[in-house]
Design a protein around this ligand. Sequence first.
Ligand code: PEP
Length: 238
Amino acid sequence: MNLFVANWKMNMQRAGARAYAEELGRRIGERALSVELSIAPPLTALDAVRDPRGRWSLAGQNVSSETEGAYTGEVSARQLADAGCRYVIVGHSERRRIFGEDGKVLAAKLAQVRAARLTPIYCVGETQDERTRGLSTATLTRQAETLHGDPPDLQLVVAYEPVWAIGTGNVATPDDCAAAGQHLRGLLSNRRDLRLLYGGSVTPENAGAMLKNAGIDGFLVGGASLSVSSFAAIAGLP
Ligand code: PEP
């Protein structure tokens, strides 16, 4: 089933989050969904977004590489599970670039996520500079190496998010995305349950062509997910 994940990043207060969840619930109503939805709100809004009827799941945007203890400001995988999360985003380019998260830290985070029985949404993607220098596939190969210690029989979501496409309005073409996806699926051919998402300036206008032609299983949506009508349209809901 295709998966649509809303990554709100550091946006939204609790009242807005509650209103968003109510509106999303109204749009879905009693309908049995043929897609899977997940929302990654800020930690402060996890409670406000939770759907008692389970029509969408919750996702963490980040997680500590440590289990518990004196790590002020961090949140553990176990705490995210306790708060009702099903997924955790690991290795988002903003975490890699702004907070210096490297393969070693991300492998430790993945291990924490698995220990808490959560499913990672592992992000990969090349920068504009890497793309210009013809290093796109080499970058994906290097970033996928972080998954080597991750048990191949467990469900895995990988989000191909070219850094040059995130928040820029420069969406990748379906062909770009298909080529990256083919490379990633080849690298991860030992995985039993792999879903490949695309992320980067997805909108209701470009989502359809991408879903049809890029060989993906859904989207990780940033900016456009802050509007319930945009997120719903991207996911094909009314
Ligand atoms: C993201 O940050 O994961 C993302 C895909 O952002 P946007 O949709 O705003 O490009």
